[in-house]
Design a protein around this ligand. Structure first.
Ligand code: GTP
Ligand code: MG
Length: 200
């Protein structure tokens, strides 16, 4: 039941009311290759979002509409919109988010009125990244609701995962990071609960 809406490379092309019906939108943000598209697929139980082996493959914002019900009973008004954003932090190391982000990410975050929740993905397998810190700071400053998820948790033992999550929380100044795995679906129901809370 997820429907691909459109792919936008420019703020002028973000889907409008006629497609979204003003429904709440959830954005997936993180470095290239952190697992954004895989996480969307795990949440949707489908292969709607394109997963690439090449980092930096998602160059546009891809929008998906989720509908309640199934088959003929599917509602025409979506319940929620998902936005799969291009990854940042690949190739260039920069102190400024805007310098390394595609031009339209900041307008998206700054102006998207229906944006109800940002899902920030951080990789649990690597040390805290400065670019992730910049994004989290940005969201804290702009008071956009967000939740931080730690991806690829399946690759780590329980102990190492706990240790890495503690380091990420400490470095990024957040109280909670939800560990998830798109491979095993660990943590996916907990994340769904957060998403559903904004969709009411
Ligand atoms: P860009 O679109 O390039 O920014 O990447 P992305 O953040 O959308 O990452 P994507 O979902 O394409 O995944 C990148 C790579 O990580 C792929 O090879 C995935 O198979 C792998 N991957 C993603 N999630 C997981 C996970 O939970 N566990 C494991 N083991 N691998 C994962
Ligand atoms: Mg992607």
């Amino acid at each position: 039941n997820p429907v691909f809406l459109l792919s936008a490379t420019d703020a002028a092309h973000f889907p409008t009311e006629s497609k979204t019906h003003g429904r709440p939108e959830v954005a997936f943000l993180g470095r290239s290759n952190v697992g954004k598209s895989s996480l969307i697929n795990a949440l949707l139980g489908s292969k709607e979002a394109r997963v690439s082996s090449t980092p930096g493959r998602t160059r546009a914002i891809n929008f998906f509409a989720l509908h309640e019900g199934s088959g003929g009973k599917q509602k025409t008004v979506p319940s929620i919109i998902f936005a799969d954003l291009p990854g940042y932090g690949y190739a260039k190391i920069s102190k400024s988010i805007s310098a390394e982000w595609p031009q339209f990410i900041e307008p998206y975050l700054g102006e998207r009125e229906t944006l109800a929740l940002c899902v920030c993905l951080v990789d649990t397998n690597i040390p805290p990244q400065a670019s992730d810190g910049l994004l989290i700071n940005y969201l804290q400053q702009t008071q956009r609701p967000f939740v931080v998820v730690g991806t690829k948790a399946d690759r780590l033992s329980k102990n190492v995962l706990a240790k890495n999550l503690a380091a990420l929380k400490e470095e990024h100044g957040v109280e909670e990071i939800l560990p998830v795995s798109s491979k095993t679906s660990a943590g996916i129901p907990a994340l769904w609960q957060r998403i559903q809370a904004v969709a009411e």
